[in-house]
Ligand binder design. Structure first.
Ligand SMILES: Nc1ncnc2c1ncn2[C@@H]1O[C@H](COP(=O)(O)OP(=O)(O)OP(=O)(O)O)[C@@H](O)[C@H]1O
Ligand SMILES: [Mg+2]
Length: 369
């Protein structure tokens, strides 16, 4: 009979079909306790996203499948804990006590798709059941309101001692952006310190409430706003967006190094505009080259979270304020973005429990501990 191993049990669990259960979240690290005594298995599972919820039905299905695969097991004690892990940091807890994780979405170069990626990561995790916020930290070129179809002005809640801005919300994501506060066509002509001040205010003067993830969509580069952000709030992690070609990679390296220099863990590299599949012939074109994202991830020992193809529908969704998960949920790009979001959530979880990301996604998914 097959030995009862952690990996064997994990493989059994992966066979279970349940609408409340997302298999992509099941990684070896999800097994918190694993004890086999004769015919008894004690198993504690922990999932990184709240949607994989502890339904009695799901538990029964897990137990049934394990017994089927390992008939020698007579008693299975199973617990499921499904919640996002918290980045424990005293300063962060003081500034944003209700926010479990803060994540910067950055790039070196402009126009590589940071805002698109930030919006879609946030929307995917919100759809999975997480509480999610998004700060548009691009004060000079805010694009989040357009991409999430937000137009109203946020309300201000004031009492004797405090003033809080109420974030707007769409697709389950709470949002604040300078674009919601100033006139659409009015250029923001503030000096650097004022722009940095706005980002600080977005952190401390907005009523964020309880969040699993608060994302920051950064402007390109490694300037004032990036510096202010890392000095204002201890970030759980940064994710770096790049396109595959060398001119983008040079700047992505700089961004990556900036975060490591200030001790912000990098949860991974996302390659955007990886390739284009012609809709008429199905032929694949590597418009900006290929493999650049995984190359710098390897080079700098950070995880490669995945690639997103070029698809005009991503741009159209952005312009119309309908994220791809709602606009074209069955498309290749929507699936890629969903997988990347879950990979990122897993890496954030690892950073919280182990202090660093796993340098390779495969290690996270397959290897035994
Ligand atoms: N994979 C993709 N396929 C097609 N269009 C894309 C893709 N990713 C982004 N775009 C489009 O490319 C343009 C630039 O993207 P986006 O604004 O997200 O980049 P950015 O890095 O945030 O730019 P900036 O540096 O100016 O903030 C947008 O019109 C967006 O819709
Ligand atoms: Mg942007």
């Amino acid at each position: 009979m097959a030995d009862i191993t952690k990996t064997g049990i994990l493989n059994s669990l992966k066979k279970v079909e349940d609408p409340n259960f997302n298999k992509d979240l099941l990684i070896l690290n999800s097994i918190k306790k694993f004890e086999v005594n004769d015919s008894t298995l004690n198993l504690d599972l922990s999932f990184t996203l709240p949607s994989s919820n502890d339904s009695a039905q799901l538990k029964d299905k897990f137990i049934y499948k394990i017994k089927e695969d390992f008939p020698s097991l007579k008693i299975i004690n199973l617990t499921i804990d499904a919640k996002t892990t918290v980045h424990q940091d005293l300063n962060k807890n003081q500034i944003l006590p209700g926010v479990k994780n803060t994540i910067a979405v950055a790039s070196g170069k402009g126009g590589v798709g940071k805002s698109t990626v930030a919006v879609n990561l946030a929307v995917v995790l919100a759809k999975e059941g997480a509480e999610v916020g998004l700060i548009d930290a691009d004060i000079y070129g805010p694009s989040i309101p357009l991409m999430l179809g937000l137009k109203e002005k946020p309300k201000i809640m004031q009492n004797q001692h405090t003033m809080k801005i109420i974030p707007l919300s769409n697709y389950g994501v709470k949002v604040i952006s300078i674009g919601l506060l100033v006139d659409d066509n009015a250029p923001v002509i503030w000096r650097g310190p004022m722009a940095s001040g706005a980002v600080k205010q977005f952190i401390s003067d907005v009523d964020w409430g309880e969040l699993d993830y608060l994302f920051f969509d950064l402007p390109p580069g490694t300037g004032d706003i990036q510096l202010t952000l890392v000095q204002t709030i201890p970030l759980t992690a940064a994710v770096i967006v790049t396109t595959p070609q060398e001119v983008s990679l040079i700047d992505a390296r700089k961004a990556l190094k900036m975060f490591t220099r200030v001790n912000v863990p990098v949860a991974g590299v996302i390659e955007n505009m990886s390739y284009f599949t012609a809709p008429d012939t199905g032929k694949k074109y590597d418009i900006f080259g290929t493999g650049g994202g995984s190359k710098i991830a390897d080079e700098l020992s950070v995880p490669f979270l995945g690639g997103i193809p070029i698809d005009p529908r991503i741009r159209i969704g952005g312009d119309n304020g309908v994220p791809v998960l709602y606009d074209t949920p069955d498309s290749e790009h929507a699936k890629a973005i969903s997988q990347i979001s879950k990979n990122m959530a897993s890496q954030i979880h690892l950073i919280n429990v182990k202090g660093s990301a796993a340098s390779k996604m495969e290690i996270l998914l397959d290897a035994d501990e």
